[in-house]
Design a protein around this ligand. Sequence first.
Ligand code: NI
Length: 261
Amino acid sequence: MRIDVHCHLTGEEFESVGGLESVLRRAKEAGVERMICSGFDLCSSERAKTLSERYDELYFCAGFHPSELDKFQDGDLGKIRALCQHEKCVAVGEIGLDYHYENNPPKETQKTLFIQQLELADEAGLPVVLHSRDAAQDTLELLRENRSLLRFGGLLHCYSYSPEMLADFAALGLCFSFGGASTFKNGKKAKECVRQIPADRILSETDCPYLTPEPLRGVFPNEPKNVNYVVENFAAIRNETIKELEQQLFENAKRLFPKLR
Ligand code: NI
């Protein structure tokens, strides 16, 4: 059984390829039987919940992405808290820090909301799904300072930092997922991380509709069925059989996200 632990299925991008129903059908035909649809603001989190109620294979996480905080309104945290109680809400996410674009929300605003959402996950007894882009040091420091809020674990999704820093994040008990970037010819760092990471800390994702893996790089939209290319690439890099790896990836996901069935 294959799993895509981080995808975005709430947008309109899939209309051009037959709509969500056909995306899910192709995933099933490709053996991808579980997907975790990640929220990035209140609206997408609520939509992800609705989809998870409609489709057995879909689970979701609820939270505010650091780049989306200009939409944040008083009362939204309470609504995210309510979503966390849902039987198919497996984590708070995606949350974190993103300093990539100059016009991203101010760092202090990002940090405040990040900590508030870590608290929310801790209260709800859920793990967190973390997004961190061009903010390695601040993410590491903030997590170290708030380590007590990581009791229920966390996933650093689409891990893009160095293999050395991976050890620092791993020391906080985190797991790591890799998607399309780990298949790219210029994805040397990601490949090295995939090679080194302990077997019980690695997970597979697509982050679709973006970051389509090789050999389909450049095709839009990416979709969960393509997690197979990611897994095949893991197996090649780690010199493991796909069958062994598939089982390990699924076990890792179930351990990190106990609500997953
Ligand atoms: Ni994402």
